[in-house]
Ligand binder design. Structure first.
Ligand code: HEM
Length: 267
């Protein structure tokens, strides 16, 4: 009975350590993704070979399509800010030690997220890529990003920091959907050998299913905050075990995405 009134300090600690263990490959993996964005899209700008964008993203660059090309450039350039500063916003030590940095990078992050989303919606409408399920999923993700950004800013301004942190975490998870999408696909490859994915053109039923699965991190976060706030020690331990498994899978997914997709050395 006492289990339901006072959670054990061991279970509180276990959940805290497991959450950090899961977050570590997320943070490092997003920085590797930033390196990939520089290499895949930044370097061709320096070299004056913009058509090389198309090696990574179909129809990314088309000669003469000035506004469309600029939109892709804005989407990718600001994605660097989202994936470099975003993960740092959630690190408690950075918030405590450098509160000014947290506030400024938070503002830059939110502004970037809004512009990246607007550019993404435009790219999705104009380029007409992928199945409608996938497009609908991305549109919904875009709407959630804008809603979460508004709530995160609103609660920070009202100095309701506990609620602000929850909305900011939702924003981070939604804004990282592109990244989770790729890591989850690589994990699926390891577990199933790529069932439901046609590697020749990147289609298949699993890719369609990913239009819903891209919301999995958000759903799991809702479970996490309830388990964390609750008084059930067993639920905390069970979720901690789950997070350790997720940490291992995420590490494998990041490793495979790095070597198989972003900096392909696996052939
Ligand atoms: C705010 C968070 C977002 C970030 C950081 C982000 C970042 C990126 C990055 C880095 C890529 C290139 C991926 C690669 O080379 O593998 C990309 C592609 C793309 N993004 Fe976003 N994005 C975000 C949100 C969105 C939203 C909300 C939409 C649409 C509503 C969107 C639409 C697209 C499209 C259509 C592509 C091209 C996908 C393809 O051709 O495979 N993005 N995004």
């Amino acid at each position: 009975m006492t289990d339901n009134i006072h959670p054990s300090s061991r279970s509180i600690r276990a959940l805290d350590v497991a959450a950090k263990a899961w977050y570590t490959p997320v943070l490092l993996g997003q920085w590797i993704f930033v390196a990939y964005i520089f290499y895949a899209y930044g370097w061709p700008v320096v070299a004056g070979e913009l058509a090389e964008w198309n090696d990574h993203l179909s129809q990314a660059y088309e000669p003469g399509r000035t506004f469309g090309n600029l939109t892709v450039a804005v989407h990718l350039a600001l994605a660097v800010i989202v994936h470099f500063f975003g993960p740092l916003q959630l690190v408690p030590a950075v918030r405590k030690k450098y509160p000014k940095f947290h506030r400024w990078s938070g503002r830059v992050f939110v502004l970037s997220v809004v512009l990246v989303t607007a550019a993404g919606v435009y790219m999705l409408i104009v380029r007409e890529i992928g199945a409608w399920t996938l497009r609908a999923g991305f549109m919904l993700q875009g709407a959630l990003i804008l809603g979460f950004a508004w709530q995160a800013v609103r609660h920070a301004r009202q100095r309701k920091f506990a609620t602000h942190m929850q909305w900011a975490t939702r924003l981070f998870l939604a804004a990282s959907a592109v990244w989770f999408f790729r890591v989850m696909i690589m994990i699926w490859f390891v577990l199933t050998g790529g069932i439901g994915i046609d590697t020749s053109d990147g289609t298949g039923w699993f890719i369609d299913a990913m239009s819903a699965f891209q919301f999995l991190p958000l759903v799991l976060y809702e479970v996490y905050i309830r388990v964390k706030a609750g008084s059930n020690s067993r639920a905390k331990i069970a979720f901690a075990v789950f997070l350790w498994i997720a940490a291992a899978l995420t590490t494998v997914g990041v490793g495979l995405a790095t070597l198989g997709m972003w900096f392909p050395v696996l052939g």
